[in-house]
Write a protein that binds this ligand. Structure first.
Ligand code: EPU
Length: 418
């Protein structure tokens, strides 16, 4: 298993280029199942979850060609509408193929994802939505079967709770359903809007993506299209926090600043200064005193749960006491026990972490538990005295493209060891 060895305390200086968004690329790849024509996708990030999705698409019958900048996918025929446990267990986002498969084939079998390090993460809302569109749902041998031999029909779907991939799954299914579907209490994440942009290019009529009410006029066929994925706001945010702690200065390039508003706002409250040398660039530097600020994670446009762990790492370097509340997932504080080993002062109570700073972190052996927890540990290691060894970095490889190379290029001492 790969590890990272990070020598902390080095200033980071220069420009880091952000990749395409993993969480936009995954649904967009699933959307290629909706047509028998070729879909060309640019700025697909080279990360492990994307390779898993490509394997899943191939197992369903897709022809997937990758080139330097992206993928060309053609699903002339779905040969087997089944997402096997072996793939779903390694990536929960595999359930994104459920909606497209049942819409296109009238039939889908998708393994139920098992437990997850950050919470139970059920898919009941995806299933209830598909039932509303007329699919019969049953479960056997650990698999969900969705059956709609006469096709899906538009309906009003009201989500009791906001779900990002649930909104995406249903939007894709509705694009091939008869008549109009209205999704209420939809997720407003930029990744949802990006998927809608692709579906629009494929011939679907979708209104309101990016707001909490989405209207979809179903089509009997969709066609091929070309699309470039939006920049990864979570990768950008991770580097912004690294820059706020070590930047001399550090420029994050290729970003969409509109998607980072909640993070930038909280970082400013904490005393971080930004400058914007170009529309798609943000420059940040370390040096000023950081103040403790409180936050609670929320659905977009609120503060993203995917940035909670990294922000918590920053708060260990701020003066005072901050309260960080996680409202999206039940168990997303696995990074805390590892930060304690590095000398942080954090007390966990229920879904709230109280962080007292400023702590002098020191390098230690730590274990990555999930994608964003790993990013938190990388940030902590960059600021710590001495060497940190992060074990199980396959978690970080799921969602960050060549992170050690990007950080080395701006002056970090980070090595991958086998
Ligand atoms: N939920 C249900 N039932 C459902 C669906 C969700 O109870 O049917 C609950 C979840 O258990 C959770 C909450 O609703 O407590 C929100 O979950 P959501 O469905 O929005 O999460 P997701 O779609 O599974 C996506 C991202 C996550 C990100 C969350 C929240 C992708 C592929 N994944 O997950 O990204 O944390 O939205 O913003 O888009 C990551 O990249 O590290 C990551 C975990």
């Amino acid at each position: 298993m790969d590890k990272f060895a990070i020598e902390g305390g080095r200033p980071l200086e220069g420009v880091i280029q952000v990749s395409g968004a993993k969480n936009a690329a995954l649904p967009v790849l699933a959307a290629t199942l909706l047509t028998d024509q070729e879909v060309r996708l640019d700025r697909i990030p080279k990360v492990r979850d994307i390779r898993t999705m490509a394997r899943l698409l191939k197992s369903l019958g897709a022809d997937v060609a990758s080139n330097s900048g992206g993928y060309a996918v053609r699903v002339t025929e779905v040969t087997s509408p089944e997402a096997p446990y072996e793939l779903v267990k390694t990536m929960r986002a595999s359930s994104l193929v459920l909606g497209p498969l049942v819409a296109r084939c009238g039939e889908a079998r998708v393994s139920l994802p098992g437990g997850c390090a950050i919470g139970a993460r059920p898919i009941n809302l995806h299933l209830a939505g598909l039932e509303k569109l007329g699919a019969e749902i049953s479960q056997e041998h650990g698999y969900i079967r969705a059956h709609a031999p006469n096709g899906l029909a538009g309906a009003v779907i009201h989500f009791d709770r906001v779900t990002v991939t649930g909104t995406e799954d249903l939007m894709m299914a509705a694009a091939l359903a008869r008549g109009e579907t209205i999704i209420e209490n939809a997720a407003r994440e930029p990744e949802v809007a990006d998927l809608a942009a692709l579906l629009g290019k494929m011939g679907a009529a979708i209104d309101g993506a990016g707001t909490s009410t989405i209207r979809i006029q179903g089509r009997s066929r969709l066609h091929g299209a070309t699309h470039a994925i939006i920049p990864d706001r979570i990768e950008a945010g991770t580097f912004l926090i690294a820059g706020a702690l070590t930047g001399n200065p550090l420029t994050i390039a290729g970003v969409d600043t509109r998607h980072l508003a909640a993070l930038i706002d909280r970082m400013r409250q904490a005393g971080v200064d930004f400058s914007f040398p170009a529309e798609d660039r943000i420059e940040v530097r370390a040096g000023g005193r950081l103040r403790a600020v409180d936050l609670a994670t929320r659905e977009y446009p609120g503060f993203p749960t995917d940035m909670q762990a990294q922000f918590l790492a920053m708060m260990t370097q701020a003066e005072g006491e901050s309260h960080i509340t996680e409202t999206i997932f039940e168990n997303r504080f696995m990074h805390v026990s590892e930060l304690l080993r590095m000398g942080a002062d954090v007390v966990l109570e229920g879904n709230q972490a109280t962080v007292r700073g400023k702590s002098r972190l020191s390098g230690a052996k730590v274990m990555a538990s999930d994608l964003r927890a790993s990013a938190c540990l990388v940030i902590a290691a960059l600021t710590a005295r001495g060497e940190t060894i992060i074990d199980r970095v396959y978690h970080i490889d799921r969602g960050y493209e060549r992170i050690e190379e990007k950080l080395s290029n701006v002056g970090a001492r980070i090595r991958r060891t086998k």
